[in-house]
Ligand binder design. Structure first.
Ligand code: PXG
Length: 298
């Protein structure tokens, strides 16, 4: 694998960042996880919009233009012959002193890793997954806002530890008021009748790119979609529950805190949305190859 760092491609073993980088010392930086399907980068503009917003929120200037970033992502994909893959885009604050002050860091570092992603095991997509709600609450929006996709994922890691210790692979975090926020690396939806409901971002959810895509795909299929405050009661009594994320795509949740959801199997609306999402993902995106032949980003 070759890793793109600040404009150059390095063999994996030489792909290194300083131990004085504030990304390491303080989790000071931002990132994106992006998918490529069928030789195209999926929803690249949406990911770059969010990356730039995350950077702006932490007063970090990304040392490249949007166009340069698009080209860098495509170059990293081509260097690794990616057709279907996962791209991790990281912007760190850069090298500084052993102190918090970010303004001493003069060179933000841009890293692009274009590889593959380990999804949940395929049988989980057939059977659905079990989740638990955990004691680690989502960060307060007035502290590190969960809308910032920052390198500081300890809140999520602590929640994930609770899930794994409870014998499941994923968890649902509540916010400080006890309302449902999101999973440790995915957004959450419930289905009630023909309506999809997901927590608003102010409840502590990242504005997921997959979440947005589901909200666009569902109405033409005849489903209503809305954002609303959810409690654990709403999860337990939903007809269906599913998670959305770049890595997970759409995955059914079949038990929450050991209560079966619906009949305890992936529901028909979740399965329909997963099919539509797969078709959408495979038919759109910024082409990685043959751009010179007049292919246009979509
Ligand atoms: N919430 C959080 C906290 C996330 O980190 C999502 C929701 C889904 O957003 P997208 O835009 O991907 O639909 C994410 C995205 C992992 C992993 O290993 C997941 C993400 C980031 C890094 C790693 O599962 N998440």
């Amino acid at each position: 694998m070759k890793v793109w760092i600040n404009g150059k491609l390095y063999p994996e073993k030489d792909a290194k960042i300083s131990v004085f980088d504030h990304g390491l010392l303080y989790g000071d930086g931002v990132f994106e996880g992006i998918r490529a399907y069928n030789g195209r980068v999926f929803l690249l503009d949406e990911h770059l919009d969010r990356l730039w917003d995350s950077a702006k929120a932490i007063a970090l200037t990304i040392p490249m233009t949007r166009e340069e970033m698009v080209n860098a992502v495509l170059e990293a994909c081509r260097a690794n012959r990616v057709k279907d893959g996962y791209i991790r885009l990281v912007v760190t604050r850069g090298v500084g002193t052993l102190g918090l002050n970010p303004y001493v860091c003069k060179s933000p570092q841009v890293v692009i890793i274009a590889g593959t992603i380990q999804l949940y095991p395929p049988e989980l997509y057939e059977q659905g997954m079990s989740v638990v709600t955990v004691g680690t609450h989502r960060n307060l929006p007035e502290a590190v806002n969960p809308r910032i996709k920052s390198l500081n994922y300890l809140n999520n890691v602590l929640a994930k530890i609770e899930a794994i210790n409870a014998g499941v692979m994923e968890c649902i975090l509540l916010n400080a008021q006890g309302y449902v926020a999101e999973a440790s690396g995915d957004n959450v939806f419930i289905v009630k009748g023909r309506t999809l409901i997901t927590p608003p971002t102010w409840c502590g959810a990242l504005r997921g790119i997959t979440r947005d895509a589901v909200m666009r795909l569902a109405p033409p299929l005849g489903y209503d979609v809305r954002e609303d405050v959810l409690t654990r009661y709403d999860l337990y009594t939903a007809d269906e529950v599913f998670l959305t994320g770049t890595a997970a795509e759409i995955i059914a949740v079949t038990t929450v805190d050991r209560r079966p959801i619906g009949d305890g199997r992936p529901g028909p609306i979740t399965r329909r949305l997963a099919q539509e999402f797969a078709a959408y993902a495979r038919s759109t995106g910024t082409p990685i190859y043959n751009r010179a032949k007049g292919a246009r980003a979509s």
